[in-house]
Design a protein around this ligand. Structure first.
Ligand code: COA
Ligand code: MG
Length: 280
């Protein structure tokens, strides 16, 4: 089982050379060089040139967020990204499968597509977007809470209650179509307890990791989205129990006073594979 950890995905404006250099030694699993919201119009061309030449992030996954194809920069972004060698291109404001097909056509084979889910229309048509994943090489959904709140006129607050039904829909469709769901950013970056709490909420809702805006947020996200020592030990116990001679061929067994089924062994194997990938 191969698993790529995506506990922490750090955005930075691709116009910010200092942030890009810093990212090469930060402990995030994913680096997202942004050409869209975090870059002012007059800096778009310079940011694009810097993003496609960046490379060299070691074990970190290298993602570039392009401008939308409906903007004056989108086509030039994708043309430049084609030869960059990045792992994925994050497409903003994906609201229909046509957007994914258009991006794939411009990029040719090569980087995976990741989709920002951040519009009302995307939520309405989420299933159609998910169905286009295999054909277009779409591998991740990234929640865009700031744009969602703006467009839906939500006022999420600290517990994010108004966003929760939407987060559930995004995770559900992602799982149905084998897409990796990544939770949205938290704008307040000076409050470690708050980011940790929001990561725990994202984990509970089924996300694989969280998108981040500041290096301060990396350690809490890595901690929360990694299997804990207790979870690893329990997973080892389950796998070993099913391997025991007396349990061969059984679908449900008793382990430490609890019923454990084969589905729990599958989950335990995933936990162990993720823990091993993180150690590597
Ligand atoms: N990636 C890499 N490095 C970052 C970073 C990021 N997202 N955010 C801050 N840093 C670096 C700074 O360069 C600084 O490094 P230095 O001490 O070597 O100069 C250090 O971390 C501390 O930064 P700090 O002073 O606390 O923050 P700031 O005022 O420089 O930046 C923001 C604050 C919000 C402007 C910045 O964090 C940022 O640009 N975040 C990403 C925004 C983004 O990409 N948004 C789009 C997606 S929502
Ligand atoms: Mg946005």
């Amino acid at each position: 089982m191969t698993i790529r950890p995506r506990r922490s995905a750090l955005y930075m404006p691709a116009s910010n050379a200092r942030a890009i250099e810093k990212a090469r030694s930060l402990e995030c699993d994913v680096v997202i060089l942004d050409l869209e919201d975090a870059v002012a119009p007059e800096q778009k061309a310079a940011a694009r040139a810097q993003a496609v030449a960046a490379g060299g992030f070691g074990h970190r996954e290298w993602v570039i967020r392009a401008n939308g194809l409906d903007t004056e920069w989108g086509a030039d972004d994708l043309a430049a990204i084609t030869g960059a060698g990045c792992d994925a291109v994050l497409i903003p404001k994906v609201s229909d499968p046509a957007t994914l097909h258009a991006a794939r056509e411009k990029l040719g084979p090569g980087p995976a597509l990741w989709a920002m889910i951040e519009t009302a229309q995307a939520i309405v048509d989420l299933r159609a977007i998910g169905e286009a994943a295999a054909e277009t090489g779409l591998t991740a959904f990234v929640v865009g809470p700031n744009d969602l709140a703006k467009e839906l006129r939500l006022r999420p607050g600290v517990d994010r209650a108004p966003l929760l039904p939407i987060l559930s829909q995004i995770v559900t469709v992602a799982r149905a179509y084998r897409i990796v769901p990544l939770d949205g950013v938290m704008n307040a970056f000076d409050d470690e307890a708050a980011i940790e709490a929001e990561c725990r909420q994202g984990l509970a809702f089924g996300f694989d990791g969280k998108t981040l805006i500041h290096p301060n947020q990396i350690a809490p996200a890595n901690r929360v989205f990694a299997p804990s020592d207790d979870e690893v030990a329990w997973a080892q116990t389950i796998v070993a129990a099913f391997d025991a001679p007396e349990n061969v061929g059984k679908g449900a067994i008793k382990v430490e006073g609890k019923m454990v089924e084969l589905l729990h062994r599958d989950d335990a194997r995933r936990t162990l594979a993720l823990a091993a990938a993180i150690r590597r």
